[in-house]
Design a protein around this ligand. Structure first.
Ligand code: LMR
Length: 341
């Protein structure tokens, strides 16, 4: 644009006009970026749902939002990612529910209580109801907004020795997530729990820093843990799932229509996560079996009962930490009766 030879007012007007016409183009080139960091592989329930969310967020906002997904602890390990979210270095995460207590929201460890959920139906009655909502709202004071719960599944135990009877756990070092409930659960069967980042687990198993671990089969298989674990026991003793969370300041600052579109994308992604979770875990178990390096053991009803009996005192032990009221609310929703054991 040639500005020479024009009056100062006309020059300023023309400049303002040219800037105004530039804005939409600049916006189109600079979408709102959401960095979504997570620690698992892309071909897991969480990985698939995160990728689906990214795709739908772009479609529903017509390119105004770009979600960049960083899987497999590429950007941050699990403890670091929580700090990065609070600092605003990433905008979105889906940490497992076990990883919220270190923020001071200990109620989340209720999900770690062994044998508290029989199946996904029990679980959804909690996460899809008022108890789930109340727990998410507790994150607000930490600068975090909870958007949804995503499933993974029920955990298996693995080690380099068969894990059939409760006594088999005695003295073995087991990697756990950063949860005092999981710590108590492992101690209840005589194991020695060791908190460790998810990304460090494979190597720790390989080098013998720990002897075993617990995780849903989809995590175990996609991290190749089965290559360094000779035995796996399908105990289904506890649940592992996620809360999808965003930096509150970032979320509150989004234009209302963008937030509404992202809410819709999130609702669809939640359905994807929860629809694929069971299948992914069943397939992962089949793949572990096919790989032929790990012996898969299906505990008998009697063995599972004894494991449950050994672990149940953890519910009482952890009541003052989690809050008996939260535990009772969950018992009520699922119909769980701890006295009936
Ligand atoms: C773990 O640390 O074992 C899991 O929380 C990993 C995950 O995000 O599923």
């Amino acid at each position: 644009m040639k500005l020479l030879g024009q009056t100062p007012v006309l020059r300023r007007t023309l400049l303002a006009l040219s800037l105004a016409t530039m804005v939409p183009a600049a916006m189109a080139q600079n979408p709102i970026v959401i960095k979504f960091s997570h620690v698992v592989a892309s071909d897991t329930p969480k990985g698939r749902a995160a990728d689906f969310f990214a795709k739908r967020a772009a479609e529903l906002t017509k390119g105004r939002v770009k979600v960049e997904v960083y899987p497999n602890s590429q950007l941050y390990k699990d403890k670091e990612e929580m700090e990065a979210l609070q600092l605003g270095s990433v905008q979105m995460l889906a940490p497992s529910l076990s990883k919220f207590a270190p923020l001071g929201v200990r109620e989340f460890e209720v999900f770690d209580l062994p044998f508290i959920f029989d199946d996904y139906t029990d679980l959804h009655a909690v996460t899809g109801g008022p108890v789930g909502k109340k727990l998410l709202s507790k994150l607000q004071s930490r600068g975090i907004t909870g958007l949804a719960y995503w499933d993974n599944g029920f955990k298996v135990m693995s080690a380099n020795k068969p894990l059939k009877a409760v006594e088999d756990y005695k003295g073995i070092k087991m990697r756990i997530q950063s949860s005092k409930v999981l710590d108590a659960q492992m101690r209840a069967v005589g194991a020695m729990p060791q908190v460790m980042a998810f990304s460090e687990t494979y190597q720790a198993l390989q080098t013998g820093v720990v002897d075993g671990t617990e995780n849903p089969p989809s995590n175990l298989y996609t991290q190749k843990m089965h290559e360094v674990q000779k035995h796996l026991s399908v105990t289904n003793h506890g649940y592992l799932g996620y809360a999808v969370v965003v930096n509150k300041k970032f979320w509150d600052g989004l234009p209302g229509d963008v937030r509404a579109a992202l809410d819709k994308a999130m609702a669809e992604a939640t359905k994807v996560a929860n629809d694929v979770a069971l299948k992914d875990n069943q397939e992962a178990l089949a793949k572990v079996k096919a790989a032929g390096k790990t012996e898969i053991y299906q505990p008998t009803m009697g063995e599972r009962f004894l494991l449950k009996k050994a672990m149940m005192p953890v519910h009482k032990q952890m009541a003052s930490r989690i809050g008996q009221d939260t535990i009772d609310e969950i018992y009520k929703v699922t119909g769980f009766d701890p006295s009936k054991l």
